[in-house]
Design a protein around this ligand. Structure first.
Ligand code: FEO
Ligand code: CA
Ligand code: CA
Ligand code: CA
Length: 559
């Protein structure tokens, strides 16, 4: 990790530094690539909170092959699959989580026109990347090493600079920041399971994969959630991507973790934080408790799995960001018991059932889903995203659907910690919204709040169900705004509808709320051939569909 001063001096010419020397001390104190105010706002109560105003004309459901927005809004493609990030690196496939990170200049402010964009890439398309078809899969065709390598390079993270110039957002080819992390990048393994024999001896994992949603920390790092890790290297599951056809030296225990990365330091090594447990991580939402401890809320996106929270042992250091880089390694993991409104501690030595079943806390963490259910965690209808209201600190959790329990449309649940304290072991909850034809939305997935406390909900009807039978009324997957107070509380207002076959993800606002970044993931996912894809968004003509991250503008004119 470079020192802050080094970073600053590398970015500003010596002449510029000399020119500013007169106010050098103020400059060092104020100049930061990490604007504290923006990151510290996370989970804090007391935003201005003018929720409830529907400031756009909601759109109708759409089955067009286009990203449709209300009047007065427009989108710009920032990067799409096939574009480059740097001289050597390309933007990945199936973009998912988006996080805008303002770069503050010495003049200050939470810069909403110049920042970094962190985007992760969940999974590859063997068809569009390699022309590896469903028929190839069915007849068990072995991929070539080059095909595997292309798929491995298409997942992980893209980190790059973006700037708004003359009203338009542009990708910036900035060698100082821009980088890829992929399925071959060395990633350090840290936390309570790191030393276990089950993790091997190297202390490193080969890359990161299956990254779904994520979260931002108050110290300006990004957390990315490894979700369906079972599809890549495994003998215990169907080997969908066949990455182990040639690579026999994999360790499946190296995947299914939360990965922390410092987007401002290109040389930094990403870290898998094992104290947060191993499961099909959807996301992480961070709160700071009254004693300063860091609380991380997480969902396990699998049918009949659980909601978790981790409480750090140490308090967060507001003054020195790098002192927080290991804070997620020490602390306690809990699972939610919705029947009794309790958080149950998952501790090998304190819980007899876990003590009998597992030989160590590391084993509990590696087999977290099993441990959670044994300890009494409530089986849920596929927990997806969790976000914390900036107005009152309550938690919003999406349960996307669960056909095994006849829940086809999902719901959004609001949880309130006892005494409003994220460190508490008790909570209450209510259903905030239930999906269905009357409500107008189905299968909620990613969440995000705007600065006024409105909840933005991205829906993910799977491409097999999309525009069919009970999912027909909703048409293409859409983005909705839900006021969280006032007369429209809990009602869905459709803001965007995606192109054919896609899921939209991310949805992250700039600090001033003027721009929304959005991932368009897997357009044309049900295509059987590259010649006849079911979507041609965004290039149209003869092109194949391309996942892309877009910037949506127009919010400043409407509010
Ligand atoms: Fe990758 Fe749970 O969505
Ligand atoms: Ca998701
Ligand atoms: Ca989110
Ligand atoms: Ca989903």
């Amino acid at each position: 990790m470079k020192k802050l001063e080094t970073l600053i001096s590398e970015r500003i010419s010596r002449r510029e530094l000399l020119k500013r020397a007169g106010k050098a001390s103020a400059f060092i104190a104020a100049a930061s690539v990490i604007p504290g105010e923006f990151y510290e706002r996370l989970g804090a109560a007391g935003s201005k909170g003018e929720t409830g105003q529907v400031f756009f004309t909601p759109i109708d459901p759409s089955d067009k092959d286009e990203l449709i927005l209300p009047e007065g809004f427009r989108y710009t493609i920032i990067r799409k699959w096939g574009d480059s990030i740097s001289k050597e690196e390309d933007y990945g496939f199936n973009n998912d989580f988006t996080q805008y990170l303002p770069i503050d200049l010495p003049e200050g402010g939470n810069n909403s026109e110049d920042g970094l964009l962190f985007v992760n890439h969940e999974y590859p398309s063997p068809l569009f990347i390699n022309n590896y078809t469903i028929d190839d899969f069915k007849r068990n065709r072995v991929k070539t090493p080059e095909e595997v390598s292309r798929e491995k390079r298409s997942v992980g993270f893209s980190i790059f600079r973006v700037k708004r110039m003359n009203g338009d957002w542009r990708f910036v080819d900035d060698a100082f920041y821009n980088r890829r992390v992929d399925a071959d990048t060395p990633v350090r393994i840290s936390g309570k399971a790191a030393e276990s024999q089950l993790m091997g001896a190297s202390g490193f994992a080969r890359g990161t994969l299956a990254n779904c949603s994520g979260g931002l920390t108050p110290w300006g790092t990004v957390l990315s959630a490894e979700e369906n890790f079972q599809d890549y290297y495994s003998s215990e599951y169907p080997d969908f991507y066949r990455w182990n056809d040639f690579e026999k030296e994999y360790n499946i225990n190296h995947y299914g973790w939360v990965v922390e990365v410092d987007p401002f330091d290109k040389a930094s090594v990403p870290v898998k934080r094992t104290s947060l447990g191993r499961f099909r991580h959807e996301n992480v939402a961070i709160a700071i408790g009254p004693s300063g401890k860091v609380v991380a809320y997480m969902g396990d996106d699998k049918v009949n799995e659980c909601v978790y929270k981790f409480i750090s042992k140490d308090p967060y250091d507001r003054n020195e960001r790098k002192n927080n880089f290991g804070i997620l390694d020490e602390g306690d993991l809990y699972v939610a018991d919705f029947e009794n409104g309790k958080w149950i501690l998952l501790d090998h030595s304190a819980n007899d059932t876990l003590g009998k079943e597992f030989s160590s806390q590391a084993e509990v963490l590696i087999n977290c889903d099993k441990a959670a259910r044994l300890a009494g965690g409530t089986e849920c209808n596929r927990p997806e995203d969790i976000e914390i209201s900036p107005v009152d600190g309550s938690l919003f959790v999406t349960f996307t659907n669960n056909s095994t329990k006849d829940d086809y449309f999902g719901s959004i649940v609001r949880m309130v910690e006892e005494g409003g304290n994220p460190e508490s072991t008790g909570f209450t909850w209510e259903v905030f919204a239930t999906g269905g034809a009357a409500a107008g939305f189905s299968c909620p997935d990613n969440l995000n709040f705007d600065k006024d406390g409105n909840l933005w909900v991205l829906c993910d009807v799977s491409e097999k169900r999309l525009n069919k039978e009970e999912q027909r009324p909703f048409k293409n997957n859409s983005l909705f705004m839900f006021p969280t107070s006032g007369e429209h509380r809990g009602k869905a207002f459709r803001f965007a509808a995606g192109p054919l076959g896609c899921e939209m993800c991310g949805a992250n606002f700039t600090p001033d709320g003027s721009t929304l970044f959005l991932s368009i993931q897997h357009p044309g996912e049900d295509s059987l051939s590259r010649d006849e894809p079911t979507s041609r968004w965004p290039n149209f003509g003869d092109d194949i569909p391309r996942p892309a991250v877009v910037a949506i503008t127009g919010f400043d004119k409407k509010r």
